[in-house]
Design a protein around this ligand. Sequence first.
Ligand code: NAP
Length: 324
Amino acid sequence: MQIEKRRVVIIGSGPAGFAAAVYTARAQLNPVVIAGNTLGGQVALTHEIENYPGFPEPLSGMELVQKFQEQAERFGAEVVFDSVTEVDFTKGSPFTVKTHNTTYLADAVIITIGADPRKLKVPGEAELTGRGVSYCGTCDGFFFRGKDVVVVGGGDSALEESIFLTRFANSVNIIHRRDTLRAGVALRNRAEKNPKISFTWNTVVDEIIGTDGKVTHVKLRDVNTGETWEKPTDGIFIFIGHVPNSTFFEGQVAMNENGYIITDQRYRTSVEGVFAAGEIQDEIWRQVATSVGQGTSAGMSAIHWLEENEEHLQNLDEPVAVEA
Ligand code: NAP
């Protein structure tokens, strides 16, 4: 296993990670960005982005990620296509970040590893993902032109995505486990007024059924009466919240009850020298623009922290590879 000493290790390659990379690279800190399985994270899967300031014409998530990467690399950031397997922040800086190929010893760490859509965990869900089961209306709505789909969830995401899906789908039936929506009043009003949207209350999905590898039905259950039935559908969009990718950081940095990393206004975690930005610490906004802002702040905080602690850290100007 190769060991590398680094000033800054950035875990995650989404908008927050690349923003932190641009700032720390411009400060000559040679950051390494550990990209994980999907370069760009969730944003790379987004079909079209039209609300990121500075880009009046819509562009795909992947195009935006490539621009982020190009900009960060221009200043000296290094992107590695590897995944973190273990971290140790308990002994302070330099922190240990292990990937499949390398052990990094980092003066400062910025965690930007994001969150994944929560799964229903019902039979058929995993097998039929990408074959009628989706977690992203903006990515997949186009494939449901003229079709009938169901949406699961009662929060802002479920309603916002349902409204978006009506651009393509013939009908959108929202299945919610209660009889009251969690979503805010503005989205609620818009959804209720949309003639393509209907609601099924007090109901959960017990199974997703497919034929020839494509979703055809969902098995539903009324939570009050226990009655079950099969509803034909061409697709099922699941928007029941997100789960932060914070398992590696359990016991290392403080988290809230939902597993999101707790930071202060400077994006400092409970461990000095470890920062977090983007969806790993933001349960609410989850926008490219907000993640970029948070990543920028975390990057600047890391730069300041390294400057303040210069004397105490074993600094190296260039990354050095050492055989274990
Ligand atoms: P959320 O607010 O946590 O809502 C998740 C929904 O899924 C809830 O209705 C919940 O039901 C339901 N749910 C959770 N687990 C379930 C399960 N296993 N089976 C069935 N249903 C389940 O998540 P979100 O909608 O993704 O929103 C997250 C945050 O982003 C919120 O703060 C939201 O306001 C914000 N957001 C804002 C906007 C906007 O302002 N335009 C857009 C999107 C998101 P219960 O209601 O019964 O708990």
